[in-house]
Write a protein that binds this ligand. Structure first.
Ligand code: NAP
Length: 245
Protein backbone atom coordinates (compact mmCIF):
# COMPACT_ATOMS: atom_id res chain seq x y z
CA UNK A 1 0.00 0.00 0.00
CA UNK A 2 1.22 3.51 -0.80
CA UNK A 3 2.63 5.66 1.99
CA UNK A 4 -0.07 8.00 3.38
CA UNK A 5 2.35 10.94 3.38
CA UNK A 6 3.72 12.20 0.07
CA UNK A 7 7.32 11.11 -0.49
CA UNK A 8 10.19 13.46 -1.39
CA UNK A 9 13.65 12.34 -2.54
CA UNK A 10 16.35 14.97 -1.94
CA UNK A 11 19.91 14.47 -3.19
CA UNK A 12 22.74 16.13 -1.28
CA UNK A 13 20.55 16.11 1.82
CA UNK A 14 23.43 15.71 4.25
CA UNK A 15 24.54 19.36 4.57
CA UNK A 16 24.27 22.87 3.15
CA UNK A 17 21.29 23.71 0.97
CA UNK A 18 20.15 20.09 0.74
CA UNK A 19 19.98 19.68 4.52
CA UNK A 20 17.86 22.86 4.72
CA UNK A 21 15.57 21.50 1.99
CA UNK A 22 15.16 18.26 3.93
CA UNK A 23 14.13 20.18 7.07
CA UNK A 24 11.79 22.49 5.08
CA UNK A 25 9.95 19.49 3.62
CA UNK A 26 10.05 17.17 6.63
CA UNK A 27 6.81 18.33 8.24
CA UNK A 28 4.69 17.59 5.17
CA UNK A 29 6.59 14.80 3.41
CA UNK A 30 8.27 11.52 4.14
CA UNK A 31 11.73 12.73 3.07
CA UNK A 32 14.42 10.43 1.74
CA UNK A 33 17.74 12.25 2.18
CA UNK A 34 20.54 11.07 -0.08
CA UNK A 35 24.34 11.61 0.06
CA UNK A 36 27.59 9.67 0.39
CA UNK A 37 28.25 10.41 4.05
CA UNK A 38 26.16 8.16 6.34
CA UNK A 39 27.33 10.10 9.38
CA UNK A 40 26.18 13.51 8.10
CA UNK A 41 22.87 12.07 6.88
CA UNK A 42 22.32 10.58 10.30
CA UNK A 43 22.85 14.02 11.91
CA UNK A 44 20.19 15.49 9.59
CA UNK A 45 17.76 12.68 10.45
CA UNK A 46 18.42 13.22 14.18
CA UNK A 47 17.74 16.98 13.85
CA UNK A 48 14.45 16.21 12.07
CA UNK A 49 13.50 13.61 14.69
CA UNK A 50 13.96 16.25 17.42
CA UNK A 51 11.11 18.15 15.74
CA UNK A 52 9.00 15.00 15.48
CA UNK A 53 9.74 14.40 11.77
CA UNK A 54 10.86 11.20 10.16
CA UNK A 55 13.72 11.47 7.65
CA UNK A 56 15.01 8.34 5.91
CA UNK A 57 18.73 8.40 5.17
CA UNK A 58 20.04 6.67 2.07
CA UNK A 59 23.72 6.44 1.18
CA UNK A 60 24.11 6.75 -2.60
CA UNK A 61 26.83 8.09 -4.87
CA UNK A 62 24.73 9.96 -7.43
CA UNK A 63 27.61 9.91 -9.92
CA UNK A 64 26.97 6.14 -10.15
CA UNK A 65 23.96 6.10 -12.49
CA UNK A 66 22.97 2.49 -11.74
CA UNK A 67 23.13 3.03 -7.97
CA UNK A 68 21.07 6.23 -8.23
CA UNK A 69 18.36 4.72 -10.43
CA UNK A 70 18.32 1.62 -8.20
CA UNK A 71 17.81 3.69 -5.04
CA UNK A 72 14.88 5.57 -6.58
CA UNK A 73 13.32 2.28 -7.68
CA UNK A 74 13.75 0.98 -4.12
CA UNK A 75 11.99 4.06 -2.71
CA UNK A 76 9.09 3.69 -5.16
CA UNK A 77 8.76 -0.01 -4.37
CA UNK A 78 8.94 0.53 -0.60
CA UNK A 79 6.57 3.52 -0.37
CA UNK A 80 4.40 2.96 -3.44
CA UNK A 81 4.88 6.56 -4.58
CA UNK A 82 7.37 9.34 -5.27
CA UNK A 83 5.82 12.80 -5.33
CA UNK A 84 8.78 15.20 -5.23
CA UNK A 85 12.30 14.86 -6.60
CA UNK A 86 14.87 17.50 -5.66
CA UNK A 87 18.12 17.17 -7.61
CA UNK A 88 20.28 19.26 -5.31
CA UNK A 89 23.62 17.46 -4.92
CA UNK A 90 26.42 19.14 -6.80
CA UNK A 91 30.17 19.62 -6.84
CA UNK A 92 32.71 22.13 -8.13
CA UNK A 93 36.11 21.41 -9.65
CA UNK A 94 37.08 24.98 -10.45
CA UNK A 95 39.98 26.00 -12.66
CA UNK A 96 40.75 28.26 -15.55
CA UNK A 97 39.33 27.07 -18.85
CA UNK A 98 42.68 26.67 -20.65
CA UNK A 99 44.11 24.58 -17.82
CA UNK A 100 41.09 22.44 -17.05
CA UNK A 101 41.59 18.74 -17.68
CA UNK A 102 39.01 16.35 -19.08
CA UNK A 103 38.59 14.50 -15.78
CA UNK A 104 37.46 17.64 -13.93
CA UNK A 105 35.07 18.51 -16.74
CA UNK A 106 33.57 15.01 -16.94
CA UNK A 107 33.21 14.55 -13.17
CA UNK A 108 31.24 17.78 -12.79
CA UNK A 109 28.95 16.99 -15.74
CA UNK A 110 28.36 13.44 -14.47
CA UNK A 111 27.62 14.53 -10.90
CA UNK A 112 25.65 17.73 -11.52
CA UNK A 113 23.87 17.09 -14.82
CA UNK A 114 23.70 13.42 -15.74
CA UNK A 115 22.53 12.47 -12.25
CA UNK A 116 19.52 14.78 -12.60
CA UNK A 117 18.61 13.10 -15.89
CA UNK A 118 18.97 9.61 -14.40
CA UNK A 119 17.00 10.51 -11.26
CA UNK A 120 14.20 12.30 -13.13
CA UNK A 121 13.79 9.40 -15.56
CA UNK A 122 13.56 6.89 -12.69
CA UNK A 123 11.21 9.09 -10.65
CA UNK A 124 8.96 9.93 -13.60
CA UNK A 125 7.81 6.32 -13.86
CA UNK A 126 5.97 6.63 -10.53
CA UNK A 127 4.89 10.22 -11.22
CA UNK A 128 3.36 9.34 -14.60
CA UNK A 129 1.42 6.50 -12.98
CA UNK A 130 0.16 8.89 -10.29
CA UNK A 131 -0.49 11.72 -12.76
CA UNK A 132 1.30 13.99 -10.28
CA UNK A 133 4.86 14.98 -9.62
CA UNK A 134 7.23 17.83 -8.84
CA UNK A 135 10.78 17.81 -10.17
CA UNK A 136 12.99 20.58 -8.80
CA UNK A 137 16.54 20.97 -10.07
CA UNK A 138 19.05 23.16 -8.24
CA UNK A 139 20.99 25.08 -10.83
CA UNK A 140 23.06 28.25 -10.21
CA UNK A 141 23.44 31.84 -11.34
CA UNK A 142 26.74 30.55 -12.81
CA UNK A 143 24.63 28.63 -15.33
CA UNK A 144 22.85 31.85 -16.32
CA UNK A 145 25.54 34.54 -16.34
CA UNK A 146 28.68 32.35 -16.38
CA UNK A 147 31.64 32.59 -14.01
CA UNK A 148 35.36 32.68 -14.73
CA UNK A 149 36.98 29.49 -13.47
CA UNK A 150 33.78 27.46 -13.72
CA UNK A 151 33.36 26.34 -17.35
CA UNK A 152 32.56 22.80 -16.21
CA UNK A 153 30.20 23.89 -13.42
CA UNK A 154 28.39 26.57 -15.43
CA UNK A 155 28.00 24.14 -18.36
CA UNK A 156 26.41 21.60 -16.00
CA UNK A 157 24.09 24.21 -14.50
CA UNK A 158 23.07 25.71 -17.88
CA UNK A 159 22.48 22.14 -19.07
CA UNK A 160 20.15 21.58 -16.14
CA UNK A 161 18.05 24.57 -17.20
CA UNK A 162 17.59 23.32 -20.77
CA UNK A 163 16.91 19.79 -19.59
CA UNK A 164 14.35 20.96 -17.04
CA UNK A 165 12.42 22.88 -19.71
CA UNK A 166 12.36 19.86 -22.02
CA UNK A 167 11.20 17.58 -19.18
CA UNK A 168 8.54 20.17 -18.27
CA UNK A 169 7.21 20.11 -21.84
CA UNK A 170 7.25 16.30 -22.08
CA UNK A 171 5.56 15.65 -18.74
CA UNK A 172 3.10 18.55 -18.47
CA UNK A 173 0.32 16.39 -19.89
CA UNK A 174 0.67 14.13 -16.84
CA UNK A 175 0.42 17.06 -14.38
CA UNK A 176 4.09 16.76 -13.54
CA UNK A 177 5.95 20.05 -13.17
CA UNK A 178 9.68 20.61 -13.56
CA UNK A 179 11.39 23.80 -12.41
CA UNK A 180 14.82 25.11 -11.47
CA UNK A 181 15.96 27.09 -8.48
CA UNK A 182 19.13 29.11 -9.12
CA UNK A 183 20.90 30.17 -5.93
CA UNK A 184 23.44 32.95 -5.91
CA UNK A 185 26.27 32.96 -3.37
CA UNK A 186 24.98 30.89 -0.44
CA UNK A 187 26.88 30.17 2.77
CA UNK A 188 27.72 26.44 2.79
CA UNK A 189 30.80 24.18 2.66
CA UNK A 190 30.91 24.82 -1.11
CA UNK A 191 31.57 28.55 -0.68
CA UNK A 192 33.41 28.30 2.67
CA UNK A 193 36.61 27.34 0.83
CA UNK A 194 36.77 30.63 -1.13
CA UNK A 195 39.40 33.18 -0.02
CA UNK A 196 38.12 36.20 2.01
CA UNK A 197 39.05 38.70 -0.73
CA UNK A 198 36.84 36.82 -3.25
CA UNK A 199 33.98 36.77 -0.74
CA UNK A 200 34.33 40.54 -0.25
CA UNK A 201 34.24 41.11 -4.01
CA UNK A 202 31.11 38.96 -4.34
CA UNK A 203 29.40 40.76 -1.45
CA UNK A 204 29.90 44.07 -3.31
CA UNK A 205 27.88 42.63 -6.20
CA UNK A 206 24.87 41.68 -4.06
CA UNK A 207 22.28 44.49 -3.81
CA UNK A 208 20.73 42.95 -0.65
CA UNK A 209 24.22 43.14 0.96
CA UNK A 210 24.41 39.66 2.41
CA UNK A 211 25.11 36.11 1.30
CA UNK A 212 22.18 33.74 0.98
CA UNK A 213 21.43 31.15 3.63
CA UNK A 214 20.50 27.54 2.86
CA UNK A 215 17.05 28.38 4.31
CA UNK A 216 16.57 31.17 1.70
CA UNK A 217 16.92 28.56 -1.03
CA UNK A 218 14.95 25.85 0.78
CA UNK A 219 11.94 28.17 1.11
CA UNK A 220 11.67 28.47 -2.68
CA UNK A 221 12.02 24.71 -3.10
CA UNK A 222 9.29 24.08 -0.51
CA UNK A 223 7.00 26.51 -2.34
CA UNK A 224 7.58 24.76 -5.69
CA UNK A 225 6.93 21.36 -4.10
CA UNK A 226 3.77 22.55 -2.41
CA UNK A 227 0.09 22.96 -3.35
CA UNK A 228 0.33 26.61 -4.46
CA UNK A 229 2.78 25.91 -7.29
CA UNK A 230 0.68 23.56 -9.41
CA UNK A 231 0.44 25.98 -12.37
CA UNK A 232 4.17 26.71 -12.61
CA UNK A 233 6.42 24.67 -14.86
CA UNK A 234 9.57 25.07 -16.95
CA UNK A 235 10.75 28.10 -14.97
CA UNK A 236 13.98 29.20 -13.32
CA UNK A 237 13.68 30.96 -9.95
CA UNK A 238 16.76 32.98 -9.08
CA UNK A 239 17.41 33.42 -5.33
CA UNK A 240 20.54 35.58 -5.24
CA UNK A 241 19.85 38.80 -3.34
CA UNK A 242 19.55 40.61 -6.68
CA UNK A 243 23.10 39.77 -7.82
CA UNK A 244 22.26 38.73 -11.38
CA UNK A 245 19.48 41.21 -12.22
P1 NAP B 1 27.68 21.50 -0.35
O1 NAP B 1 27.57 22.21 0.94
O2 NAP B 1 29.03 21.25 -0.93
O3 NAP B 1 26.87 20.13 -0.25
C1 NAP B 1 26.81 19.28 -1.38
C2 NAP B 1 25.88 18.14 -1.07
O4 NAP B 1 25.87 17.25 -2.21
C3 NAP B 1 26.32 17.33 0.13
O5 NAP B 1 25.17 16.86 0.81
C4 NAP B 1 27.08 16.18 -0.50
O6 NAP B 1 27.08 15.08 0.37
C5 NAP B 1 26.25 15.95 -1.77
N1 NAP B 1 27.00 15.28 -2.83
C6 NAP B 1 28.06 15.75 -3.53
N2 NAP B 1 28.48 14.83 -4.40
C7 NAP B 1 27.67 13.75 -4.24
C8 NAP B 1 27.64 12.46 -4.84
N3 NAP B 1 28.50 12.08 -5.79
N4 NAP B 1 26.67 11.61 -4.43
C9 NAP B 1 25.79 11.95 -3.48
N5 NAP B 1 25.78 13.14 -2.88
C10 NAP B 1 26.73 14.03 -3.25
O7 NAP B 1 26.88 22.28 -1.49
P2 NAP B 1 25.71 23.37 -1.39
O8 NAP B 1 26.34 24.70 -1.38
O9 NAP B 1 24.73 22.99 -0.35
O10 NAP B 1 25.07 23.19 -2.84
C11 NAP B 1 23.88 22.47 -3.08
C12 NAP B 1 23.47 22.72 -4.53
O11 NAP B 1 23.30 24.13 -4.74
C13 NAP B 1 24.54 22.27 -5.54
O12 NAP B 1 23.93 21.74 -6.68
C14 NAP B 1 25.24 23.57 -5.89
O13 NAP B 1 25.83 23.53 -7.16
C15 NAP B 1 24.08 24.55 -5.83
N6 NAP B 1 24.49 25.93 -5.63
C16 NAP B 1 25.17 26.33 -4.51
C17 NAP B 1 25.55 27.64 -4.37
C18 NAP B 1 26.29 28.14 -3.16
O14 NAP B 1 26.68 29.32 -3.17
N7 NAP B 1 26.48 27.35 -2.13
C19 NAP B 1 25.25 28.56 -5.39
C20 NAP B 1 24.56 28.13 -6.50
C21 NAP B 1 24.19 26.83 -6.62
P3 NAP B 1 28.30 14.02 0.51
O15 NAP B 1 29.57 14.79 0.35
O16 NAP B 1 28.11 13.40 1.84
O17 NAP B 1 28.08 13.04 -0.59
Amino acid sequence: MANAKPVAYVTGGSRGIGAAIVQALAADYHVVAVARSAEKLSAVATAAAALGHNVEAMVVDIADAAALAGSIETVIEKHGRLDVLVNNAGITRDGLFMRMDDADFDEVIRTNLKSAFVAARAAARAMIRAKFGRIINITSVSGIIGNAGQVNYSASKAGLIGMTKSIARELAGKQITANCVAPGFTTTDMTEVLPPQIKEKVLDLIPLRRFGTPEDIAAMVAFLAGPHAGYITGQVFVVDGGMSM
